[in-house]
Design a protein around this ligand. Structure first.
Ligand code: T5A
Length: 210
């Protein structure tokens, strides 16, 4: 099958299983024999990875600083990695993207959503995802999974109310753009989550659009 290179993003609260879900998508793209890259945010490009380190490991950051650093990293990532890859016919799968800024900095930190929208238009522009998988996990389950695996970073140390607001932020985004953002029940076992994702990728009729 010959289809245009597409941009897929994975979203969700901490420990939702995005990294695990990536493998399911990779398997499908390999079956289709399409070239792809896997990337992540914040990060995905050398200078953006340096910004990631500041974001995750500085003891305290003002909410606006956090937002601007997310978008500074994204600007480099979009312009130097995502856009050129799609242009050359390479699919892009990104572990998190701009929906995370609306959920975390908008709903989580309370920064004005219209302002985030302006930054989105300025940095991402038309390079918007074709498909976003929102791995919807109960925050308590996700945080337990994440803390069982490794030490908490700065953002993971936030309180329960913060992660509840993030979940509701993703729910708002999904309700506003249901064709692009698909909800996956990520509370289930790894194999049940993989099954939902594989089914969605195989049957998503958007791929056939020019
Ligand atoms: N951020 C990011 C913002 O605030 N604004 C932004 O604009 C952007 C882009 C990134 C942080 O930055 C924030 C969000 C984040 O706080 P990160 O380290 O990349 O930091 O954090 P996450 O993206 O949250 O990555 P995690 O590794 O915490 O979560 P994943 O990738 O969703 O989880 P995963 O797949 O590694 O799984 C976690 C553990 O759970 C197990 C796995 O084996 C693993 O041990 N697991 C399951 N266990 C049971 N059942 C399942 N279904 C499971 N799925 C996975």
């Amino acid at each position: 099958m010959t289809i245009k290179a597409r941009f897929i993003t994975l979203e969700g609260s901490e420990g939702a299983g995005k990294t695990t879900a990536l493998n399911t998508i990779k398997n499908q793209l390999e079956q289709w024999q399409v070239p792809y890259i896997v990337t992540r945010e914040p990060g995905g490009e050398p200078s953006a990875e340096l910004i990631r380190d500041i974001l995750l490991h500085t003891e305290h950051l003002e909410p606006l600083t956090e937002l601007l650093l997310m978008f500074a990293a994204r600007n480099e990532h979009v312009k130097k990695v995502i856009h050129p890859s799609l242009d050359q016919g390479t699919w892009v799968i990104s572990d998190r993207f701009v929906d995370a800024s609306f959920a975390y900095q908008g709903f989580g930190r309370g920064i004005d959503l219209d302002f985030i929208g302006q930054l989105d238009r300025l940095t991402v522009g038309d390079t918007q995802p074709d498909l976003t998988l929102w791995l919807d996990v109960d925050p308590d389950i996700g945080l337990k999974r994440a803390s069982d695996r490794s030490e908490k970073d700065r953002i993971e140390q936030e309180n329960d109310a913060f992660f509840k607001r993030i979940q509701s932020g993703y729910a708002h985004r999904q309700a506003a753009d249901p064709d692009r953002i698909k909800r996956i029940d990520a509370n289930l076992s790894v194999s049940a989550v993989q099954e939902q994702i594989a089914h969605l990728i195989e049957t998503y009729d958007y791929w056939m659009k020019p």
